[in-house]
Each structure stands twice: as C-alpha cells, then as structure tokens.
Design a protein around this ligand. Structure first.
Ligand code: FEO
Length: 396
C-alpha cells in the first residue's frame, strides 16, 4: 500500500487489514480494519503520529520507509497505547533511533507495561502543549477515556487536521481511504461507537464540544476512513448518540428473565407489577426471544434492571449470563438491580446472578427472591414487594 497525501506535508502511512473479522476478541469487523498512521513533515522536523499493530510491524516500516528514512523521524506521537497502536513501536525504534516519543503520563505507564521496557526519555505532554515542526504546529489535547485513560488528540493547526485516535474511527477497510470515496460506511461507524465509545458518553460529549470549537477540515482517526467531506455529519452523529439517555423525572425498570416452565415468568410479571405500584415504568423482556445487543439501548435508558432465571443443575441459565456479559459496553455503575427465579432443588441461580450484578457495580439493595417451583399467591406477593423495593431504590 502506497502512502497517500492528505495535505501538503501530511501523508497516511498506515496498513490495511482486510481479512480481520474480530477485533480485540469482542468486536465484529465484517469489513476488516485499517491501522492508520500519519507522517507530518515540517520545515525543520518530522513527526509520525501513531504507529501500528505489532503483527504489521514489518509491513508498516516497509511502507513508511518508502516516504521517509525512519532515522530522520524526530518525534513519534503516541495518542494511545493499546497494542493496535503501540505493537509496532519496538521494531520501529530499531530503525528510528533518533525519534523522541511523545505521550501522556498515563500513556507512559501503560506502554512501558506493553513493550516491557522503561521509557525515561519520553516527552510527557499536557493539554495545550505544542511541538513546532517548522510551519507545522502540533497541539496536544488530553482527552482521557476516549477510550482509555491515556488518550489524547493531536491537532495540526496550520492544516486544520485533527488526529483524534480511536475517536470517530471505524473498523472498515477500503484502500480508497477517504470518506467520500469508500462509499457508505455508516453502519461500521455507528457500531464502532457503540462497541468502543458508548460507555464513555460524558467524555464523548466533552470532546465533541471541544472539536466543534476548532477549525477542522479533515479528521484522521486511527481506524477506518479519513473524514474530509463528512466532518459535521460525524460530529453530529456522536453528539446524538452520546446524548444523555434518562430524561429528567422518568424512571424505568427493565425486567429480563428466562423461564423453563413458566414459573419465573409469573415472578417477572409480579416484580414488574410491584415496581409500577411505586410509580416506576417497566418493560419486560423474555431473554429467550431477544438479541442481547438490541437490549443495550434499553438498559442505557433504564434506571434499573431485574434479572430472572430459573436454576438448572446449580446454575442460572446461559441466557441470563450472556445478557449480563453483553453489558460490557454499557455504563451501568449506580443503576439499581436485583435477581429472582424459580427453582426445583437448590436455587443457586439468582444468588449467583446477584453477586454478578454487584460485581458489575450495580446498586443491589435487595437479596434475591427465590421460589420453589410453582409460585403461590403469597410468593407472588413477595415478588411484588421485591419489585416495589427496587422501585423505591430507583427513586431514592
Ligand atoms: Fe485502536 Fe483503543 O485501540
């Protein structure tokens, strides 16, 4: 892959990974991805922004060497340290021994534990620091939790180009590279937001507002197309997807359950009824008939969840566990939760689910409700009381 000019003195020098189908174990990547790296050549100094995934080190250095002698690189700007950004660093440093590394303080601590060597010579930058390359000024914007604590953006003032790391990226591989040439990749762009940025919405809102205050002609993210025609559209999407979910005053409890014989279903209905009796809205989902990924928006909107599962062979059912595992990309800390379920022998399921809910940092005000086999009217009253308690916790 040849280097591609973005503006005078600024080139894409990354690699393409069209065969990738799963990124970081948990993300689908039907269209592969790109590991974007950018060379910025000033009148006096040269900077490389981002490196590459370790597996692509040799290819990356080969591509880079076609446009610059790596020994002439003065700075390597590390916006973020996840291995798809830092993996090529050790090999790169062997051919770019004169380069000074530029990163945030949290980034240094992370990368030292990724490449397993100390970097005492690294330049640690703060928000607003600049490096003048000679007619090309790099300004660093510290933007933590987009999506790691180390993240920063780099802004090239003269060219009005923003290098925002994973922010505004997509796993979408197309060697035409620019957003107005690759065709519609809206799905990949949104999926990337949901999988990577969704847990950090307040940080997204802060960053979007900041970027809107800059003059930005081109956005050069770390993955996927370079955005030159759709800058406003991309920012508007992020603004809309990161908008606060819970309207003032609205309270919602999701009741999600899996039931073998219908007993846990009856419990779910009673839990929801109890919550409604306290003025909290409810939505009920049978986890055998839902796609977990479609429930994530519902969880974000909700103030709390009640998860029900019957117990089979000493465990809750996979539907409940899979649902809880899918919450990896949703911020649930502080939401209210509780577990319930029917059982025949020993009833461990709801107990185990309760511990998991605590581990996910839900607020868990009540012990689990467990009912042996078919619930009696009195059992259902207990379920209603359980739902009412969850509702009270939501309102408190
Ligand atoms: Fe592109 Fe956070 O890794």
């Amino acid at each position: 892959m040849r280097a591609i000019e973005i503006s005078s003195g600024v080139k894409w020098v990354g690699t393409l990974d069209p065969q990738l189908r799963v990124f970081d174990v948990v993300m689908r990547a039907e269209h592969g991805t790109t590991y974007n790296s950018y060379l910025v050549v000033g009148k006096e100094k040269t900077a490389l922004i981002e490196t590459n995934k370790g597996k692509f080190s040799s290819l990356f250095i080969e591509n880079l060497s076609r446009v610059v002698d790596p020994a002439k690189i003065d700075y390597i700007v590390m916006n973020h340290m996840e291995p798809d950004h830092s993996g090529a660093l050790p090999e790169l440093l062997t051919v770019a021994p004169n380069a000074k590394l530029v990163m945030t303080k949290p980034g240094k601590s992370l990368v030292e534990n990724i490449i397993n060597r100390p970097l005492p010579e690294a330049i640690l930058v703060s928000d607003g620091d600049i490096i003048d390359l000679g007619g090309k000024t790099l300004e660093f914007m510290i933007e933590p939790f987009l999506h790691w604590p180390d993240t920063m953006f780099t802004y090239l003032k003269e060219d009005e180009i923003l290098f925002p790391c994973d922010f505004l990226g997509a796993h979408y591989c197309d060697d035409r590279l620019f957003d107005d040439e690759v065709g519609n990749y809206d799905y990949a762009f949104k999926y990337y937001f949901q999988a990577i940025m969704r847990p950090f919405k307040e940080h997204v809102r802060r960053a979007v507002a900041r970027v809107e205050g800059l003059k930005v002609k081109v956005i050069c993210p770390s993955h996927g197309p370079i955005i030159r025609s759709g800058v406003k559209k991309a920012l508007d999407h992020y603004k809309s997807w990161a908008a606060p979910e819970e309207p003032e005053g609205k309270r919602l409890l999701l009741v999600l359950y899996v039931s073998a014989y219908g007993n846990t279903t009856k419990m779910a209905d009673a839990v929801a009824e109890g919550a409604r009796s306290q003025g909290v809205d409810t939505e009920i989902f049978d986890l055998t008939g839902t796609d977990d990924s479609m429930l994530l928006d519902e969880v974000e909107k909700a103030s709390g969840i009640a998860v029900g599962s019957c117990t089979i062979n000493g465990d809750a059912l996979p539907h409940a566990w899979n649902f809880l595992s899918s919450l990896l990309t949703v911020k649930v800390k502080g939401k209210t939760a509780g577990a319930f379920g029917s059982y025949g022998w020993s009833g461990e399921g709801p107990v185990m689910l309760t511990e998991r809910l605590k581990g996910l940092k839900f607020k868990v005000p009540e012990a689990p409700v467990r009912i042996r086999l078919v619930p009696t009217p009195e059992d259902l009253e207990n379920c209603r009381a359980f739902g009412a308690k969850l509702a009270e916790a939501i309102k408190s």
